[in-house]
Design a binder for this molecule. Structure first.
Ligand code: ZN
Length: 406
């Protein structure tokens, strides 16, 4: 990958704890392995996290047959018989979007258009999986943004926002809305409600959809709209593709954004099995992804590992914590097994594509490490004999129970 003309390397002043309102004392959920450092998560008086309560609610209180009927009614409302597309499925080519689009087409008789915002740098398996999905009978539009602009924004997002994925997330969320608006397709079906499933803002947990204005900014865009990047020297016309239609346009066109996870119980392992059977999906050929034990999520992009690694740096919560927490809630593993997995894999450095990441962002190793250390919250990390260590790691000790007053 050729070097391009990147802006000069400068680092901002950051107070990570304040920026994300992280509690000073780290506490872990008494049922899963997530901690109170996950932004927007809440805990009840028993020290149980909002995601575990939501999982319990899904198991015991939700009438899934009634939800399936709601989905049928939604499809009946939007299904078209004149050949036009009637639903957009934002699609990486991974198992979740493969499941949603295949199900809508084959079980509900919809005519989906899958819309892909291309990864920064495809992995072979990611490209193969998207190819397979299309060749299992689905239409696809793939938008690949200007590589020079995207690399500059990715570098700036890594340095200034502590997440190289922010520009990608703009496209992933907004581009399907642009396509819905352009093609006159009033329904957009996302996968799961990540806030509810993984712990966060629960305001949409019992709704089928999210709001396209405030929720997008708060949950996905770190409070920074694409248009604000002009401040970082990005040309306004280059930002157009990252922006969605305005909230007024969305409302006027009657575009609705729904979560399949509202209508169908969202169980990643079962979705994986569904896709190996129906969409030609293949898991990570390396056996597992770096930083976790799972082999079937986020495989498309060589830069994926750095998105998760930064979460580990900022919140002490890596990719394995997220995977294990969900599997505990699904009843596939115990909390004790989850703890063992987290201790073994969480925070593993994504070395396989490290050189690719440096080449893509035009950073050298020294600059990379400076940025990483900038995003380490002091209440989470200490340097011991030259090595960064988390102050509090998950343990099976009862002393880690979250205080009710938290
Ligand atoms: Zn929990």
């Amino acid at each position: 990958m050729d070097r391009i003309d990147f802006p000069a390397f400068t680092t901002p002043q950051i107070n990570v704890q304040k920026k994300y309102s992280l509690p000073s004392k780290v506490g872990f959920c008494t049922r899963c392995v997530i901690s109170n450092q996950r932004p927007r998560i809440s805990f009840d008086a028993d020290g149980v996290c909002s995601a575990c309560r939501y999982a319990e609610w899904k198991r015991t209180r939700i009438d899934w047959e009634a939800r399936a009927k709601e989905l049928e009614a939604l499809c009946d409302k939007h299904r078209r018989s004149d050949g036009r597309f009637d639903v957009i499925v934002p699609c990486s080519g991974g198992k979740d979007s493969g499941y949603v689009s295949h199900l809508l087409k084959n079980k509900y008789g919809m005519h989906p258009l899958t819309v892909t915002w291309a990864p920064h740098w495809y992995t072979d398996i990611g490209r193969d999986n998207l190819h397979e999905l299309v060749h299992h009978g689905l239409d696809n539009i793939c938008m690949t943004p200007n590589g020079v602009v995207h690399r500059i924004m990715t570098r700036l997002a890594f340095i200034n926002l502590g997440d190289p994925f922010q520009p990608f997330i703009y496209g992933q969320k907004n581009f399907p809305l642009q396509m819905a608006s352009s093609f006159g397709i009033p329904l957009v079906m996302f996968g799961e409600n990540g806030e509810a499933e993984y712990g966060g803002d629960m305001k949409n947990a019992l709704r089928p959809c999210h709001d396209t204005d405030g929720d997008m900014m708060k949950h996905f865009f770190s409070g920074v709209a694409p248009s604000e990047w002009v401040k970082h020297g990005i040309d306004e016309k280059d930002l157009h593709v990252y922006a969605g239609p305005s909230h007024e346009q969305i409302r006027n066109l009657g575009i609705e954004c729904h979560y399949m996870g509202y209508y169908q119980k969202w169980i990643p392992q079962e979705i994986y099995y569904y896709c190996t059977e129906h969409t030609g999906f293949q898991a990570n050929p390396d056996g597992r992804s770096e930083g976790t034990y799972s082999k079937y999520a986020s495989l498309d992009d060589r830069l994926d590992g750095f998105h998760y690694y930064l979460a580990y740096v900022k919140f002490g919560l890596g990719r394995c914590t997220s995977d294990a927490a969900h599997e505990i809630r699904d009843g596939h593993i115990t909390r004790e097994e989850g703890i063992v997995l987290v201790r073994q894999f969480d925070g593993e450095f994504p070395k396989k594509h490290y050189q690719d990441f440096l080449a893509y962002t035009g950073l050298d190793e020294n600059q990379f490490n400076q940025v990483i250390d900038l995003w380490r919250a002091p209440h989470l990390w200490s340097k011991v004999k030259g090595q960064w260590l988390l102050n509090t790691v998950i343990s099976d000790e009862p002393a880690f129970k979250v205080a009710a007053s938290m």
